[in-house]
Write a protein that binds this ligand. Sequence first.
Ligand code: AMP
Ligand code: MG
Length: 406
Amino acid sequence: MTDSGYPTRIGLEQALEIVAACAAQHRLPPEASALAEAQGRVLAEDVHAPHPLPPFANSAMDGFALRGANLPTDGERAFELIGDVFAGATAAPAVEPGQCVRITTGAPMPPGTDTVVIKENVVVDGTRVVVKLGEKAGTNVRRAGEDYAEGDLALMAGTPLGAAQLAVVSAFGIAQIQARRAPRIAVIATGNELVPAGTPLGFGQIHESNAVMLAALARDSGMRVTLQRCVRDDPDALRVALLEAAAEADIIVSSGGVSAGEADHLPRVLQTIGETRFHKVRLKPGMPTLFGQIGACLYFGLPGNPVASAVTFRVFVRFAARSMLGVTTVPKPPRARLAAPVHKRHARAEFARCCLHVDDAGVQWAMPHAKQGSGMLRGLAETDALALLPEGAREFAAGDVVMLWP
Ligand code: AMP
Ligand code: MG
């Protein structure tokens, strides 16, 4: 704790716990959504199968539907072909013993049939269909409800809605579902040195890149960017910008201005307009990360160094958004073996930028990029994942297993 009463220089796990607790109090409201709009969002209700799936017994193959009890037990047997039933047929002929019907995949099984013999296994001669020994009764049929029985819990609230989940809902004939609203995020880059791309650089100026990157990361994580701007290192301007953003967003992220320099005003500004939940995490990159609330909005003050901004967004902001969306599934972090030894010059947890490759034995290896500087964009642009080197240990050998944050 500091004099101001908030935790400081905390470990990564404690920081994530604080973020999770705040985010859980800021669940986003559910909305009735058409399926296309629900993609990438999170289901806010349990979905039970309103009817069996498949809804009726149907053929799994193109062939001939007949009674399994009539199959030959020795030699072969001719069946009388009495008609056909294709997928989409509105009626199917009733089949008597010794008869069969030509059928296509997905077509309803005609009354009196329970078996499909595939077309490649029969000889058709006019209305005679000859079936040889060796066919099994009951095969090539999909039973009603074999995928989902009526009333099955098919999808749980908290499930992210990807292509497969939308397909399930669609197959149930449901056109609208309750999905949580995408988080609205405001992105603010701070710094007097920043000018937008397309403007020539003056002395000491650099082109703004964090707001562009953070907005892209936010969109990648299913958030809606409602504001993206640059603000100067001026306490009043920062205060006004944050209050304006808080009125319209669920999450605010800023970059820069959270360290201990003379122009780093954000920790004090947050104290005057909101509540600080923590400042500084024992993490590299990302040590100066600031977290709090401004009104009903979660606020993340990310460090200005581009890599620190990207890493802390990935670690904290995405995590908060998942919790606000009520995601219940915990993604299992993939693992890899370090392809080269790493020496940490500090005890803090570190996220190393790595390139991944899989060897012939199927083992995944993570090779740390040579440019690990937290200001170096190359280390981000040329790598696949972050490897977490946990707090405490400083020496990591080639072959050590690390957790990956893709
Ligand atoms: P700060 O956290 O404000 O001390 O900034 C740390 C470093 O990140 C400085 O070198 C800044 O110039 C740089 N930086 C801050 N904001 C941005 C930005 N939006 N785009 C690119 N670089 C930035
Ligand atoms: Mg700055």
